[in-house]
Design a protein. Structure first.
Length: 385
């Protein structure tokens, strides 16, 4: 082949390679598809880490809303504009409080950098008492607890508080053939410390609203503070975290923990995550709903348009609301999730959680921040004295 023929052959081969590259790779310079998901960052109080990390929730947020959520854990008391601004490693799109009073306090403050765009009460769980079948039987015989439609209600909270005030013992109110008769300790409702723990403070807010209806306005009376101080003095060991207290209640049982206070979500979350453990106690454990009870509310507040996308998703997406209750025990808005509150799906199959009502009807409003502050200050003084 002469030189000219070789040149034409080379050009033809080059053209074939170029065309082949276009067919195979979609054209010169084409890059892999870019991920257009927006990453938003939040400062969050505790108690909802598993929910925020849930795979299906995050898939919905990516596919339907185009956002990826990351969060940094904070204590509620530090979730202020000043404290968030000090964190120069993050630019926050939202804040997610674990207690409504901090949410309301933030909105009343003069925030300079992180200002509210949108907000609402997102995740709710009521205060409940966890107990055992023999204890529930004793309290029912005493007229303190009522069983209605398969749900145990503390229908006479004042009588229970009178027993505690009088320092009556479990053995005083128990039939001789009841295992509760072996417990010679004073009747008590064991809680975490209200001075250091949000669930404990919420419970003492419920006590304040129970002993005097005037306290439901948040104007805590001096007589109520004295009653709460006396209750706190007799409460015993209070240094547990909520998770520790619930764990000890389950592990040690009736003798040491006949009656504790916690959130409804604790049992649902634990039972779904530990179906074999729940199977060992399901016939003995009992959930008692105070009448009235009080809500613990996790409230979200956005600072940016991207943060507001998450607020809208939590407020309006029914599937996210169903997941919040069916997997983690949080109640969110009006949802079909509550049509069957007795059966929950786990990786090991369906489990039954009897005694969870579809609707919470008897509730007192959460106290304002100044009311809680008065309670906590009085209990601190009580501890020092």
């Amino acid at each position: 082949m002469n030189k000219r023929g070789s040149m034409w052959l080379g050009l033809i081969v080059f053209a074939v390679l170029v065309i082949g590259g276009i067919v195979l790779f979609g054209g010169p310079g084409k890059q892999e598809p870019q991920d257009t998901t927006l990453e938003i960052v939040g400062a969050t109080g505790g108690g909802k880490e598993n929910f925020l990390a849930d795979g299906e929730v995050n898939q919905i947020l990516r596919d339907e809303y185009g956002i990826r959520v990351t969060h940094v854990s904070w204590s509620n008391g530090r979730l202020t504009d000043e404290e968030l601004t000090k964190d120069t490693d993050h630019a926050y799109d939202f804040v997610f409080f674990s207690d409504q009073r901090y949410y309301e306090q933030y909105q009343m403050a003069n925030n300079v950098r992180y200002k509210k765009q949108k907000g609402f009460i997102a995740l709710n769980t009521p205060i409940v008492f966890y107990s055992w079948q023999p204890v529930a039987d004793v309290l029912t015989q005493e007229g303190i607890v009522s069983l209605r439609d398969g749900v145990y209600y503390v229908s006479d909270m004042l009588k229970l508080l009178d027993y505690i005030r009088q320092e009556r013992k479990w053995t005083d109110v128990s039939p001789a053939d009841s295992p509760v008769a072996a417990n010679r300790n004073p009747i008590n409702i064991i809680s975490v410390d209200p001075v250091t723990s949000s669930p404990g403070a919420t419970f003492y807010g419920l006590l304040a609203a129970t002993v005097d209806s005037a306290n439901r306005t948040g104007e805590i009376t001096a007589d109520t503070l004295l009653e709460l101080q006396a209750f706190h003095r007799n409460a015993g060991f209070l240094t547990f975290t909520p998770a520790d207290l619930f764990d000890q209640y389950l592990r040690i049982g009736l003798g040491t923990y006949p009656l504790i206070v916690d959130y409804e979500k604790s049992l649902i979350d634990w039972a779904i995550g530990n179906p074999s453990g729940y199977a060992r106690v399901q016939d003995r454990i009992r959930v008692l709903y105070p009448e009235p009870t009080i809500w613990n509310s996790h409230c979200i507040l956005s600072f940016t348009e991207n943060g507001s996308i998450l607020v809208d998703a939590l407020e309006k997406n029914e599937r996210i609301q169903e997941i919040a209750f069916q997997k983690y025990g949080f109640r969110m808005g009006l949802s079909t999730a509550y049509e069957n509150t007795s059966a929950f799906q786990t990786e090991a199959g369906e489990i039954k959680l009897p005694g969870i009502p579809g609707e919470i009807l008897s509730v007192v409003p959460s106290l304002r921040m100044e009311g809680y502050n008065r309670i906590v200050d009085a209990l601190k003084e009580n501890t020092v004295n």
